[in-house]
Design a protein around this ligand. Structure first.
Ligand code: NAD
Ligand code: TYD
Length: 344
């Protein structure tokens, strides 16, 4: 197994949930590296997530859109010597329910934006490119079995279809041009800084305020939950040790039905299960995701370090201590989305 030496990481989408955690992790684990964060600051991008890095000599924020070639070139200029640059591509429209309300932004950012980024990075000759994708590109599982890297792509939502499209463009850049890219596909993440439209921060925030917790359908949809720090350590491992052209699944063998997750959160918060409210199901709702992550464990030596029993209470107490952060996100434009989605 060989290691690629990069000294600068260009992160796209670094003001979002996973990206901001990734920037904090790099400052801790690779303090000598430079980090350039290219982010358009959509509703999901929040510079408040990164205040601890402001003024850090190795950290640069570039406000720009991956769909705009000149913005991407500005970020690459800031990153410097392309032979030392690794790109970690996280910028995306990421919420399934929003993609059901309207798919076009998902196509322009996730598909077209990825191609713009690939073209500019190839033109410059960056050393490595990691495309951060999702297990949702594989579609839905029945009661048994796991997604492997060989599972055919069968996305079911506009979000997952746009991510699958971007995966295919990254694959094509490797096969056609020898562009040194890897693809990662991870299961559902949880942890600090997640936008409160996603299940876990939404139910923590609602439960804290004794508001109803909207559960789609029968609540028996299964997701495979991984702590965001474990995901980010896996991405760093792929950046440094991944073989170009390869796909790596990332997951922690931690699948459970949504209802179990929600009841666990209520227990931790000391709130009653009567807050659980069954609402209209999501159309086309994938029944079960579960990841076989044996390839990245075997070939690159990554494994998760956080158990669910340890990381869930950490996550809940983080949101409990971030009341103002949460309130700011739950006000304004988010309220409009919430009433469209839940009719409240
Ligand atoms: P997020 O929605 O929290 O953050 C996305 C970030 O991308 C935001 O900061 C936003 O401003 C930025 N962005 C959006 N459009 C942009 C554009 N056109 N140009 C530049 N920046 C733009 O998303 P997240 O949950 O942090 O997910 C990050 C990546 O990881 C996504 O690619 C997602 O598909 C993937 N992923 C997420 C999960 C999960 O559970 N959250 C699991 C697997 C994979
Ligand atoms: P989500 O966090 O949107 O992630 P994804 O759809 O990408 O897996 O949803 C996780 C699960 O929780 C999914 O099965 C849908 C369900 N869910 C609800 O039951 N109620 C909600 O309000 C939300 C947002 C999600």
């Amino acid at each position: 197994m060989s290691t690629t030496h990069v000294s600068t990481v260009l992160v796209t989408g670094g003001a979002g949930f996973i990206g901001s955690n990734f920037c904090h992790m790099l400052a801790e684990l690779r303090p000598d590296w430079r980090v350039v964060n290219l982010d358009a600051l959509t509703y999901a991008g929040n510079l408040e997530n990164l205040t601890a890095l402001e003024g850090h000599p190795n950290y640069t924020f570039v406000h720009g859109d991956i769909r705009q070639p000149e913005d991407v070139r500005r970020a690459l200029d800031a990153a410097g010597d392309p032979g030392q640059v690794g790109v970690v591509h996280m910028a995306a429209e990421s919420h399934v329910d929003r993609s059901i309300q309207g798919g076009l932004p998902f196509v322009t950012t996730n598909v077209a934006g990825t191609q713009v980024l690939l073209d500019a990075c190839r033109e410059r000759g960056v050393a490595r490119f990691v495309h951060v994708s999702t297990d949702e590109v594989y579609g839905s599982l029945g009661d048994a079995g796991f997604f492997t890297e060989e599972t055919p792509l069968a996305p079911n939502s506009p979000y997952s279809a746009s991510k699958a499209g971007s995966d295919l463009l990254v694959r094509a850049a490797f096969h056609t041009h020898g562009f040194p890219a890897c693809i990662t596909r991870c299961s559902n993440n949880y942890g600090p800084y997640q936008f409160p439209e996603k299940l876990l921060p939404l139910i923590i925030a609602n439960a804290q305020e004794d508001k109803p917790l909207p559960i789609y359908g029968d609540g028996m949809y299964v997701r495979d939950w991984l702590f965001v720090r474990d995901h980010n350590e896996a991405i760093l491992t792929v950046l440094e040790k991944g073989v170009p052209g390869e796909v790596y699944n990332i997951g922690g063998n931690n699948e459970m039905p949504n209802l179990r997750l929600v009841k666990q959160v209520l227990k931790e918060l000391g709130k009653p299960e009567s807050l659980i409210t069954y609402v209209k199901d999501r159309p086309g709702h994938d029944r079960r995701y579960a990841i076989d992550a044996s390839k990245i464990r075997r070939e690159l030596g990554w494994e998760p370090r956080y158990t669910f029993e340890r990381a869930l209470p950490l996550t809940i107490s983080w949101y409990q201590s971030q009341g103002e952060w949460l309130q700011r996100l739950r006000s304004g434009a988010y309220r409009e989305y919430y009433s469209r989605q839940y009719g409240a």
